[in-house]
Design a protein around this ligand. Structure first.
Ligand code: NI
Length: 288
């Protein structure tokens, strides 16, 4: 580009020097070239601005639809393990945060690669990481992951309210938006838990791929594990509290993009690649 630009400048300068003659034309030619360059730069910036505005409009529309879709699926009351397979979309999910890694590692990697994700927040972390939570809203969707990471089966309604309901309420207060997603710790749930999640207007989100980051897998082993089974509609379980996860993330995101996957939030997946009723009723088996 630089070479072509320089060559063009010489041609313009030469032609102007020819028509006007003398040394005075040279500085005028320089001024014109500069003006043309500035004009081209200006046009480029305007086109870029228009492109960004159009993309933001499309994203806002998708998010509005996605909110409604999450509420609709929450009413059905069946847990979600994966999306449909019609579109090349994958949902990365990060549990148990925010942590010291969220703002410094996780969000910058997602932002730099235009990847969106879903964050399942622990209620007891909300007041410790108010900024991280507000930034997460810009990078994706937030969900409830209980207050204390308790295993829920066997708990009575009062205990479930303290885990599910209190976290939902505090999260909604923190971000000023309804919380429609819930993930039970350890993926453990029973009929009472399912009923309570539905009563709170939340969709229970499980996963189709466990990255095993919580088992202390190396970054490479984790990336290989996810890439070995990822397909359209996959929901990937990860945690933003482990350094191995942060180490794996840039390469994993790049590899998924390279395979043509778009990284979306769970509600966005419900719009772009909705699971069928048959898939939902089959549970985890509906993702095989
Ligand atoms: Ni967890």
């Amino acid at each position: 580009m630089l070479v072509i630009g320089a060559a063009a400048a010489v041609v313009v300068a030469a032609s102007l020097a020819f028509t006007r003659g003398g040394g005075g034309g040279k500085s005028s030619a320089n001024t014109q070239t500069k003006a043309q360059k500035a004009q081209r730069q200006d046009a480029k910036e305007k086109a870029e601005k228009r492109r960004k505005e159009a993309a933001a409009r499309v994203q806002r529309k998708l998010e509005a639809k996605a909110d409604l879709a999450a509420a609709r699926y929450a009413e059905i009351g069946l847990p979600l393990y994966c999306g449909g397979t019609r579109k090349n979309v994958v949902a990365l999910t990060f549990d148990d945060g925010p942590s010291q890694y969220t703002e410094s590692d996780l969000l910058p990697v997602l932002g730099a690669r235009h990847a969106r994700a879903t964050f399942f927040i622990l209620g007891r972390h909300i007041s410790n990481y108010p900024n991280a939570i507000l930034k997460e809203v810009k990078h994706g969707a937030l969900g409830d992951h209980t207050w204390n990471h308790s295993s829920l089966p066997g708990l009575n309604r009062f205990a479930l309210k303290a885990e599910l309901g209190d976290t939902q309420r505090e999260l909604q207060r923190a971000i000023g938006k309804p919380i429609r997603l819930f993930r039970p710790p350890y993926g453990a749930h029973d009929a009472t838990v399912d009923e309570q999640i539905k009563a709170y207007g939340m969709l229970q989100v499980l996963w189709s791929i466990d990255s095993h980051d919580w088992k202390g897998l190396s970054a490479t082993a984790m990336i290989n594990r996810v890439l070995a089974s990822v397909k359209p509609g996959s929901i990937v379980l990860m945690h933003d509290i482990h350094s191995n996860t942060m180490e794996a993330l840039p390469t994993l995101v790049r590899a998924l993009h390279h395979r043509g996957f778009r990284l979306v939030t769970i509600p966005e997946m419900l719009v772009l690649a909705p699971p069928t009723m048959r898939q939902l009723s089959l549970g985890a088996a509906g993702c095989e």
